[in-house]
Ligand binder design. Structure first.
Ligand code: ZN
Ligand code: MN
Length: 483
């Protein structure tokens, strides 16, 4: 029996406004606890919220970038519940009238075809404070710096093209993160808690139109944890169906150590939050001119850049997709092109060598020290055989971490490629004398893998500075000439 999974994310994204959603406190919560608070965001009775216009615009921009309909009339509602990190005992959120509805995010589905994942709604709301538990569990403290910081909640639509697999889920989240970074409304750092996803998962027999009970998994700190939680849940729910057991609608928690989901609480009915319009905040009317003005302010997004790169530069789709999903990378690419680098060559260098170097250094493109100009120069040096590809990797690693003068660096470290055939031949002779077994193999069959081993030996002796092709030619010649 085939099963299909229905995967829906609810993603909370911290907006990078200067101030909080309803007061003038700084939107900065990594500082000393309770240093950025006032009576409004600390929830004192009788205080009056004043809406942050920038937050509203950011929410609408997210909606436009995600192909949503923007509602002309919206309002805020109170969502009631008790928790110490929410001092008013209600959260100002949006219920029946969110800013944005009925959007989609395009991914490539598992069948290889474009697939527009449905987005049900995007609403604007305030974040909660943060509880800090003392290590001995003797006391808990509350930091209200994050209280009332603006967040948007992006909710997938389970009835319209839901995500169906871990692969699609990862793609959705990465693209969502990329798009929101493109339009500059959030840093979207998972580590810093700017981009927090809960996921609803249910499973049904393929082709069925009814939905089975779903589980919501909370508390996932990384893309990896999200992927593992989904995988675990899908297997668990299929097993329940196959053994004829009921799947309770419940909230589960992903256990980071055991890498499994565990039940937190059963949801018999959805919570009754007693939503009602916040009487302290007026309704909001958005005219179409204003919405269109915001639409025009959006930069060219990744998908559009991706097709442009394929069309204009003829670069591979897989490479174009990776480069354009990140605005910084895409801008780095375009800037490097200005120095005359061939686009196809450049995209290969970026996806292969630059990514490796960044990964080794543990930095992202915006934080690395490499300039477009130096990168273009490095590539041209390899093309012109001034340095070898092997040596260029070493130099690139250095350039990602430190600002260097490329010409001086090559000169001082003596990294220029070796063109002296006599010198290369002397190293080949050394290698041949040392590796007699491999030599015998290559003599018998020039296509024997031992040839690569011998090339490697010679490259080692020249510190990677000899031209590989030249080494290969000379080596084969030398082996043939052996008696
Ligand atoms: Zn405040
Ligand atoms: Mn929410």
């Amino acid at each position: 029996m085939d099963y299909e999974a229905i995967i829906c994310f609810e993603t909370h994204v911290e907006l990078s406004t200067a101030t909080k959603l309803f007061c003038s406190c700084l939107n900065e919560f990594s500082e000393k606890p309770n240093s950025n608070i006032c009576p409004i965001c600390a929830g004192h009775p009788g205080t009056m919220p004043v809406l942050n216009k920038q937050a509203v615009e950011y929410c609408i921009m997210a909606g436009l970038a995600l192909n949503c309909h923007i509602n002309n009339r919206t309002y805020f509602e109170r969502k009631h519940y008790f928790y110490p990190d929410i001092p008013k005992c209600y959260q100002i959120s949006q219920g029946s009238a969110p800013f944005c509805e009925f959007g989609f995010l395009g991914i490539i589905g598992d069948d290889g075809n474009p697939y527009d994942v449905g987005i049900r709604r995007i609403h604007l709301e305030e974040d909660a404070g943060k509880l800090i538990h003392s290590p001995d569990s003797a006391a808990s403290y509350i930091d209200y710096n994050r209280s009332s910081v603006p967040i948007i909640e992006i909710v997938c639509d389970h009835e319209r093209n839901p995500i169906r697999s871990v692969r699609e889920a990862k793609q959705y989240l990465k693209k969502l993160q990329g798009i929101l970074r493109y339009i500059g409304i959030s840093e979207c750092s998972i580590e810093k808690g700017h981009f927090r996803s809960d996921v609803n998962i249910s499973v049904r027999k393929a082709g069925s139109v009814n939905f089975n009970n779903r589980c919501e998994v909370k508390n996932m700190a990384s893309f990896k944890a999200i992927a593992e939680a989904i995988e675990f849940e899908v297997k668990r729910q299929i097993k329940l169906i196959e053994t004829g057991k009921a799947n309770n609608q419940e909230t589960r928690h992903f256990d980071e150590d055991k890498r499994v989901t565990v039940s937190m609480r059963t949801k018999e009915n959805a919570h009754d939050y007693r939503y009602f319009p916040d009487p302290n905040l007026v309704e909001i009317y958005l005219d179409n001119d204003y919405i269109e003005k915001l639409r025009r302010s959006l930069p060219e997004l990744g998908d559009s850049r991706c097709s442009r790169y394929i069309r204009e530069y003829g670069i591979a789709e897989s490479e174009a997709a990776i480069i354009t999903n990140d605005r910084e990378l895409s801008e780095f690419f375009e800037k490097t092109l200005e120095f005359g680098t061939d686009p196809k060559l450049l995209s290969k260098w970026m996806v292969r060598d630059l990514f490796n170097a960044l990964k080794n250094a543990g930095v992202t493109i915006d934080l690395c020290r490499l300039s477009s100009e130096n990168f273009a120069k490095l590539i041209s040096f390899v093309e012109d055989k001034i340095i070898t590809a092997a040596v260029s990797k070493e130099i690139l690693q250095e350039m990602v971490q430190n600002e260097i003068n490329l010409d001086d660096f090559i000169k001082v470290r003596n990294l220029s490629s070796i063109r002296d055939d006599v010198f290369i031949m002397s190293k080949i002779s050394e290698a041949l004398a040392e590796q007699t077994a491999s030599v015998a193999k290559v003599k018998k069959d020039p296509y024997d893998p031992a040839l690569n081993f011998l090339i490697g030996q010679v490259m080692k002796k020249t510190a990677g500075k000899a031209d590989v092709k030249k080494v290969k030619d000379l080596l084969l010649q030398a082996v043939t000439n052996l008696g």
